[in-house]
Write a protein that binds this ligand. Sequence first.
Ligand code: ZN
Ligand code: ZN
Length: 362
Amino acid sequence: MPQTTTDHARRRDTLRAALASHDPALDALLVTNLDNVRYLAGFTGSNGAVLIAADPARDAIATDGRYLTQVAEQSGDLRAVIERDVAKALLAEPGVAGTVGFEATAVSYADHARLAPEAHLVPTTRLVETLREVKDAGEIELLRRACAISDQALAALVDEGAIRPGATETQVARRLENLMYELGAEAVAFETIVAAGANSAIPHHRPTDAVLAAGDFVKIDFGARFGGYHADETRTFVLGEPAAWQREIYDVVRAAQAAGREALVPGRDVREIDGAARAVIEAAGYGEQFLHGLGHGVGVEIHEAPTLGKLGSGTLSDGAVVTVEPGVYLPGRGGVRIEDTLVVHRDGPELLTRTTKDLIAL
Ligand code: ZN
Ligand code: ZN
């Protein structure tokens, strides 16, 4: 398996180093965000927390009795505390003192008041999320698999003629999801978007009983989840011979997507990367019709750091996995989005979603 306890231990050590350089310096960090618990300990139960201490001997995981066997299997290298109230139990562990960080976005105001430990609790933001931005080899392998399953499922969907006039958006979406499961997905990464005709102009349309018709754009945004990691891919097809306006916006989006992929250079400002793709769409006169950011990080969560867009900040990291997904949406007529998932490397990005980006007429 690509994920081993060694990977998890290495991540905990990296995080431990970040505790010392945090302002204020932290004696320990209480991790209650379940995605972060999985990332640091491999544990996938629905109730769990991890304590990372300056002294690694004090690291511990807590969960309740339902997960007694599971926590031993998945996180056997960590001391396990079995208590229903996982956060409180970890803070009550002997030796937990001084300044203890908690995840401000994962602990409610009510929980914070209730925890009231001996230690001085201080809010932290994005400590684990920042580490998660750079993927290790095991994570990249899982993302490759998730993306390969997605590509294979889409190819099978096209081959069997499921994207055809007369089918409903929902039917196409369910069939694609079934194919992903048949090909080895453990789950779908998110609810599949199938948007036909005028609906394709709605960036995040949910599938309906709308019937696909000749001349429609059919935009499909989907992905498989494998080993806890998410694929994210969008392709836009056309039913029948494309009209001139359809070719035009497709070509613009395709060129913008290529510019966005080329701009994936480690160290570049994330807003500049968005700008590189956006400039292509603006030059073609469709700037007002590109309504969202260029892309986002993907990994343990379908949307994670970094944000490639005007609302993002910072620079792109070597080893980040991101989407590049420009779109042009003409209300009442139709829209195009093309989205890939890619690994950022110094010697150029690695494309994980490999379905052709040629305009396919079905
Ligand atoms: Zn997507
Ligand atoms: Zn996306």
